[in-house]
Design a binder for this molecule. Sequence first.
Ligand code: A3D
Length: 320
Amino acid sequence: MARPKIALIGAGQIGGTLAHLAAMKELGDVVLFDIAEGVPEGKALDIAESGPSEGFDARLKGTQDYADIAGADVCIVTAGVARKPGMSRDDLLGINLKVMKSVGEGIAANAPDAFVICITNPLDAMVWALQKFSGLPPHMVCGMAGVLDSARFRHFLSVEFDVSMKDVTAFVLGGHGDTMVPSVRYSTVGGIPLPDLVDMGWTTQDKLDAIVQRTRDGGAEIVGLLKTGSAFYAPATSAIEMAEAFLKDQKRLLPCAAWCDGELGVKGMYVGVPTVIGAGGVEKIVNIKLTKDEQEMFDKSVDAVKGLVEACKGIDDSLA
Ligand code: A3D
């Protein structure tokens, strides 16, 4: 059986890291596409030259030609611009919307059967636009944010409790922005829900609240430190987890920006929800019950995404 083909649209910080991870994990052959001449070719060659030492079998190619992504099984989209200190994700909307149009058309023409994972910000609005521009089925187009936000939450919790990250499960719902909703009730250490751990005295509510806020600000914390761009190692690792779930039909339960058709009270838009990802793409949205407070926070987050979607419609008539 031929190796799967993974197309990476955007060969910047995240795109290069995705290529390296995909090759090292032997998920398939990798095509790096970017408009910046020489960058995808250079990164593809550099990573290919790490193959003999690492011992992986994967072919890598860099290109400026969409024809080279033909027949891709997975497309991961990072094309566009990233934020710099002082910018919010929403400041990127105008520029990245135009990029989503060309990327959507390129995917539709060359890889219409692919499972598409969008990472470009502002995430929930960009994945919505990408699905519209590409015309691919909504369950085959999704956005990576929840896996990353949950990984940040899990990391902070594992440090607070001084336990292995493997034993911490958590998920973050809603839009990938300041209003995201880290779910305290559905997050556990060794299966014990966080509120019970507060009752047991293992941590305090104040410390937990601070971790929730640090999770919401997780992207900005890294932008503030790097100063020249945004996070890329953890975002790439998160998207690879989703791509692997699809390619290996793992049926992983992962939070991602998925097309909702009434689930969690959301209709006709993309927002972060718990999903099952397998060979069928986003195979299921887990319609969890939220408390009144959680639903209010989630609705606020959904409203923020709606505002961005409306802004996209205002910029590009074909989306209205
Ligand atoms: P960066 O290193 O700037 O790479 C972006 C690449 O896109 C560059 O190499 C550009 O040349 C390329 N590009 C620009 N326009 C096009 C086009 N029309 N077609 C193809 N390629 C193009 O950014 P990055 O890799 O650090 O980040 C990429 C995106 O991911 C940004 O929008 C970030 O804001 C976003 N991001 C999202 C998350 C989430 O959790 C959702 C996390 C981190 C970054």
